[in-house]
Design a protein around this ligand. Structure first.
Ligand SMILES: Cc1cc2nc3c(=O)[nH]c(=O)nc-3n(C[C@H](O)[C@H](O)[C@H](O)COP(=O)(O)OP(=O)(O)OC[C@H]3O[C@@H](n4cnc5c(N)ncnc54)[C@H](O)[C@@H]3O)c2cc1C
Length: 403
């Protein structure tokens, strides 16, 4: 009698876009795989809406429990922090003496990126961020508390970073603060929003025409742009930009991302931008049983949620092909569709060689959020998330609860 084939032990680290999508794809083949997902926290964060959480939304529109996403799937979830890999023994070591080593046949790493302040003095202590639910909520508290304490807005709200996050925030913040002031009975006070970018144009990695269109849109909303200007330091009262001070108690840093320190700590071979080098199957240069996806991998479009999801589908498909004897596919980078909202019902879209702007782009972004959730939790959950995200257009819905 043929011996029953042992299931392959797949250990996935990271409960973000790449990790969750890998688990969901492989969960279709639980006769073949024994799947464990490990993440340092029990919820998944939907980064694209974090700026809404900071400016009027709730934490629920940007986070959902991993348990919920994996409901009904044969995937073991472990809350824990990966510390190191014993490559010879094929064991993942978690932080904490009481945590047993996790053996694997294949390891998928999708740990995401971390904030980088480029050693600029004062930023870690004084700036705000929107890279986590905690940061977004801290910023929201600060925005409200200042108005309650001082009875007026900050002299300047300064956002650093002319990429998608900085632009989305800059497009939303002025309107949100005006609504908040009104809610507190303070009318007629001007709100100054500044956006600082080191490159000569916004969205420096995009075609110039996209950056220029967004610049026009933000200027029309009253946002002051500092282009080609470098941040040199921050104190409790001001930000120094190109040697000149901007008075502010609200500096929001969106300008820097770095790869997860796990890869340097575990001596992975890295590219000049410190992402892990991978081969055509997204395997680490250092070990053929370790797969690296999403923000961590040195691929052409790494740094986008769409890429992390695409990578997850790619590695999962190859795991299946390997077992069924189908030929394995080589990785082909897929250009994401870039949709960047800048203000109410306006977004810039770069879709292949097409660029378009305005309401249509904004609707596309709403649809993209729907598709993203659809991929992770099916159409019903996606519809719920979409309803929430449309609901957040009522910017005042939370002002009352905070004041
Ligand atoms: C504010 C913001 C807005 C964005 N907007 C967009 C957008 O509009 N469109 C777009 O395509 N992309 C956007 N991105 C980028 C996108 O979010 C990332 O590219 C995507 O999250 C990468 O997916 P990932 O799976 O590689 O990592 P993540 O989604 O970051 O997931 C990493 C997971 O690993 C866990 N983890 C980290 N270290 C450990 C450890 N040692 N042990 C265990 N678990 C660990 C983390 O807790 C997290 O759950 C945005 C990013 C930010 C910060």
């Amino acid at each position: 009698m043929a011996e029953k084939q042992q299931k392959q032990r797949i250990v996935i680290v990271g409960g973000g876009f790449g990790g969750i999508k890998t688990a969901l794809e492989l969960a279709k083949y639980t006769d073949k795989f024994d799947i464990t997902l490990i993440s340092e926290r029990s919820d998944f964060w939907y980064f694209p809406t974090l700026y809404h959480t900071a400016t009027g939304g709730t934490r629920h529109e940007s986070s959902i429990t991993i348990k919920h996403l994996l409901h009904g799937k044969d995937v073991k979830f472990v809350e824990g922090t990966a510390e190191s890999v014993d490559r010879a023994a094929k064991n993942l070591i978690l932080k904490g003496k009481d945590k047993p080593a996790v053996p694997y046949d294949k390891l998928v790493l999708a740990l995401g990126s971390v904030t980088n302040y480029f050693n600029i003095p004062g930023l870690p202590e004084f700036s705000y961020g929107v890279k986590s639910i905690g940061e977004a909520e801290e910023l929201k508290r600060h925005l409200h508390q200042q108005i309650i304490d001082d009875g007026k807005p900050d002299l300047n709200y300064v956002i650093v970073g002319g990429g998608p996050t900085g632009i989305e925030l800059a497009g939303n913040l002025g309107r949100y603060m005006q609504e908040t002031l009104k809610r507190h009975g303070i009318d007629g006070r001007p709100v100054h929003v500044d956006l600082v970018e080191g490159a000569k144009h916004l969205m420096p990695r995009m075609p110039k025409s996209v950056g220029r269109a967004i610049e026009r849109q933000l200027r029309s909303l009253g946002v002051k742009l500092y282009l080609g200007k470098a941040v040199q330091g921050e104190t409790a009262d001001e930000l120094t930009v190109d040697g000149k001070p901007i008075r502010s108690h609200t500096v929001i840093w969106t300008a820097g991302q770095a790869n997860n320190p796990f890869f340097t700590a575990n001596s992975f071979t890295l590219s000049p931008r410190k992402k892990a080098l991978v081969d055509e199957f997204l395997r680490s240069y250092d070990d053929r049983s370790i797969f690296i996806i999403g923000d961590n991998a040195e691929t052409q479009y790494s740094g986008m949620a769409q890429t992390a999801v695409y990578d997850a589908e790619f590695v999962a498909a190859n795991f299946v092909h390997e077992l069924t004897g189908d030929p394995k596919l080589a990785y082909k980078p897929k250009k994401p569709v870039y949709v960047t909202p800048a203000g109410h019902r306006w977004a810039a879209v770069e879709w292949g060689n097409f660029h378009f702007y305005g309401l249509l782009g904004w609707w596309l972004r709403e649809a993209a959020d729907f598709v993203a959730f659809d991929g992770l939790e099916g159409p019903v959950g996606a519809a719920e998330q979409l309803t929430q995200s449309l609901g957040r257009q009522d910017l005042c819905s939370v002002c009352g609860s905070v004041s």
